[in-house]
Ligand binder design. Structure first.
Ligand SMILES: *[C@@H]1O[C@H](CO)[C@@H](O)[C@H](O)[C@H]1NC(C)=O
Ligand SMILES: *[C@@H]1O[C@H](CO)[C@@H](O)[C@H](O)[C@H]1NC(C)=O
Ligand SMILES: *[C@@H]1O[C@H](CO)[C@@H](O)[C@H](O)[C@H]1NC(C)=O
Ligand SMILES: *[C@@H]1O[C@H](CO)[C@@H](O)[C@H](O)[C@H]1NC(C)=O
Ligand SMILES: *[C@@H]1O[C@H](CO)[C@@H](O)[C@H](O)[C@H]1NC(C)=O
Length: 276
């Protein structure tokens, strides 16, 4: 036997061992794209295909609304619409009595409409505390979200979220901090990051409006005490002098008019004098 014939036999034996029957039975099913990361209520085209040259049947299994756009024996192109939640599509083909399928996962994400940053209070004395709160009204999926509180370009706090919810949920991150004079140099902001990479998507970013914290220096305590004391003493002196003036004024008038009143004396005056 020639070496060529020997290797030819080997190939035939191997082919028989690994793939008994005809080549059609090892057909492949493909789905394009392999993953979809979409916003709710979107429409997408998918292509379901096979390597089998003469499939007996094939198609797409889904609970979503599907429309067959175009088809050839080896592929079918569909439009799927109104995707509202994460789902799997199955593309299947039947070839020489064998069934094969491939699935496509659809990941639905809801981008946040806005990222709201709030400082409370917005006016604070050095050394006093204030809170930074970042709120994202509705976002999905929550477990892919990170809220990052920033001061200038410095990260103050990273917050991640657990669990899946059926509906888009509000997410908040809060941090309490102490005001320093140099905090005035930079604005505070909040970065919302939706990382869908582990599920085949990309990374999305949204950032809040920058917020400035008004910081003032409180007066030292002893200086405050001195000011309060001086003001109190001045106020006391003023009130006392007004009272003394009033009392002495009354006393002096009574001495001048005697024990009877001015009105009584006036009434006793003859009418002729009064008319003058
Ligand atoms: C669908 O996919 C198959 C296999 O990849 C390809 O041959 C075919 O052209 C595709 N159809 C469309 C409409 O893109
Ligand atoms: C889209 O899906 C939602 C909920 O799944 C449904 O209420 C709505 O009627 C659907 N819209 C269309 C045009 O099919
Ligand atoms: C942050 O900004 C300062 C200047 O504003 C710059 O010197 C520094 O390199 C920046 N750091 C980062 C991590 O971007
Ligand atoms: C917060 O996350 C960002 C990016 O996701 C990272 O660069 C940073 O180091 C993290 N900071 C902290 C304090 O975990
Ligand atoms: C802070 O943000 C305001 C706008 O909100 C801007 O006018 C100001 O220049 C910013 N300050 C710094 C230090 O970046």
């Amino acid at each position: 036997m020639s070496p060529f014939g020997c290797s030819g036999l080997l190939v035939a034996v191997l082919a028989l061992l690994c793939c008994p029957g005809s080549g059609e039975e090892t057909f492949e099913v493909r789905m394009w794209p392999e993953r979809l990361v979409v916003e709710p209520r979107g429409s997408w085209e998918v292509n379901c295909s096979t390597s089998c040259t003469q499939p007996e049947m094939g198609g797409l299994e889904t609970t979503l609304t599907k429309t067959l756009l175009d088809s050839q024996p080896q592929w079918k192109r569909y439009l799927i619409s109104n995707v509202s939640e994460d789902t799997d599509l199955q593309c299947y083909f039947l070839c020489a009595g064998k069934h094969q399928s491939k699935h496509l996962s659809i990941i639905v994400y809801q981008p946040p409409e806005q990222v709201v940053l709030k400082l409370q209070p917005t006016w604070v004395a050095v050394g006093n505390s204030f809170t930074i709160e970042c709120r994202v009204p509705a976002v999905e999926p929550l477990e892919s979200l990170t809220l990052i509180l920033l001061h200038g370009n410095k990260t103050l706090h990273n917050q991640t979220f657990e669990g899946r919810a059926a509906v888009p949920q509000e997410a908040t991150a809060t941090l309490s901090s102490t005001a320093h004079l140099e905090d005035r140099k930079h604005n505070f902001s909040c970065l919302a990051q939706l990382d869908l990479r582990s599920r085949g998507g990309g990374v999305f970013h949204w950032v809040s409006e920058p917020q400035m914290l008004e910081i003032y220096e409180p007066m030292p305590d002893n200086q405050m005490v001195i000011i309060i004391t001086v003001v109190s003493v001045l106020l006391f002196l003023f009130v006392t002098s007004v009272l003394l003036c009033f009392v002495f004024g009354q006393h002096w008038r009574q001495r001048r008019t005697g024990t009877y009143g001015v009105r009584a004396a006036w009434r006793r005056l003859p009418r002729a004098f009064r008319a003058q």
